[in-house]
Design a protein around this ligand. Structure first.
Ligand code: HEC
Ligand code: HEC
Length: 306
């Protein structure tokens, strides 16, 4: 309980808690005092609907006894468990210990399940129905926030089931993406080639995907492309999995495929980050996740359309 910045708060909380419990006890005790049966029952003085009066009868005994019991329970609880400021409780229970015990128990229970697949070939594990189930559950827990519950992706977060890869779709590459993470580095070109240059090279990029564009602009864009873009996206625009430079000829877009979005990618640059999961999850779980992702290939069309 080092969360308190000064010991004063601990004392304050302890006093407020104990005083409240004692005050509640006296309140219940006072309310339990029975009145003599003779004479008319007092009313509280409240009247509704002209003649509906509230009687002031003592509280039922059973109800009061339950109230006393809860007060006694609270007292015993506060002696046994941490609750009064920095007092640790007689049982020595802590959240941290409980969490660690539960995690260790879960690890002991599930580790053999993960280990069973850890040394098997990824392509084989991807075919195994049990592995797919476990991988699917891991995916729901750790990956859906970014890649979507069906792995269909969203703008900036790649679709993992369309067979189109930034960093390569061989089993080892997919596993490396998850283990070590990835960082896309597309520089911003606005300041280098100017607004017109961006338009022209965007026209050329659209043409690479077989779209009809302004041919004159695309022609000039081709020059700009040869000078500035070949190093990463390749002379034919097919991309480079070594640096995650996307294929620009397949009309599949990570950041949106409208003319404006393509121009925006070029003008401002893009820097997608896939966090490393190796340390967090351990190799065995990553192995299952990679197998799961591989098992999804070709199973459904992309749901994300720009
Ligand atoms: C914080 C968001 C985030 C989380 C969480 C996340 N990813 Fe990613 N992932 C990304 C982004 C962004 C990229 C693309 C990186 C880039 O643009 O270079 C990516 C890329 C990938 C790639 C490479 C795709 C390709 O086309 O080569 C794989 C495989 C992948 N993620 C799998 C996973 C798995 C499995 C999990 C769960 C363990 C996961 N990701 C969790 C954001 C995330
Ligand atoms: C240093 C390497 C590098 C250079 C040079 C480069 N790019 Fe890129 N480009 C990338 C990477 C990496 C990505 C993916 C960024 C990400 O994943 O966040 C990308 C993404 C893009 C995208 C978005 C694709 C999509 O699917 O949404 C477009 C369009 C693009 N680049 C066009 C260009 C053009 C045009 C040029 C030349 C003016 C260029 N790039 C130069 C590395 C580069």
């Amino acid at each position: 309980m080092a969360d308190f910045t000064s010991g004063g708060w601990s004392l304050y909380i302890t006093i407020v808690t104990i005083v409240s419990l004692i005050a509640l006890f006296f309140l219940a005790w006072k309310l339990s005092a029975r009145r003599t049966d003779s004479g008319p029952v007092e009313t509280s003085g409240h009247v509704w609907d002209e003649d509906l009066e509230e009687y002031n009868n003592p509280l039922p005994r059973w109800w009061l006894n339950m109230f006393y019991l809860t007060i006694i329970w609270a007292g015993l609880y506060l002696i046994a468990y941490p609750g009064l400021g920095t007092y640790k409780g007689l049982l020595g229970w802590t959240q941290q210990d409980q969490y660690e015990t539960e995690m260790a128990a879960a690890e002991a229970k599930y580790a053999p399940l993960f280990e069973k697949f850890a040394s098997a070939d990824l392509a084989q594990v991807a075919q195994d129905p049990e592995a797919q189930k476990i991988g699917g559950r891991l995916f729901s827990t750790y990956c859906t926030t970014c890649h979507g519950s069906d792995a269909g992706g969203a703008r900036g977060f790649p679709n993992l089931r369309d067979g189109d890869w930034l960093y390569g779709g061989e089993p080892a590459m997919v596993k490396t993406s998850i283990l070590n993470g990835r960082q896309g580095a597309m520089p911003a070109w606005g300041a280098v080639i100017g607004a017109d240059g961006v338009k022209q090279v965007a026209a050329y990029v659209e043409k690479l995907s077989g779209r009809a564009t302004d041919d004159a602009a695309a022609g000039q864009g081709q020059q700009l492309y040869q000078t500035n873009c070949v190093a990463c996206h390749g002379p034919d625009g097919k991309g480079n999995p070594m640096m995650g430079a996307p294929n620009l000829t397949d009309d599949i877009w990570l950041y949106g495929g409208s003319t404006e979005k393509i121009a925006e990618s070029i003008e401002k640059g893009r820097n997608g980050v896939m966090p490393a999961h190796g340390e967090l999850l351990g190799e065995a779980k990553v192995h299952l996740l990679a197998a799961y992702v591989l098992s999804l290939q070709g199973s459904a069309a992309a749901h994300y359309e720009d």
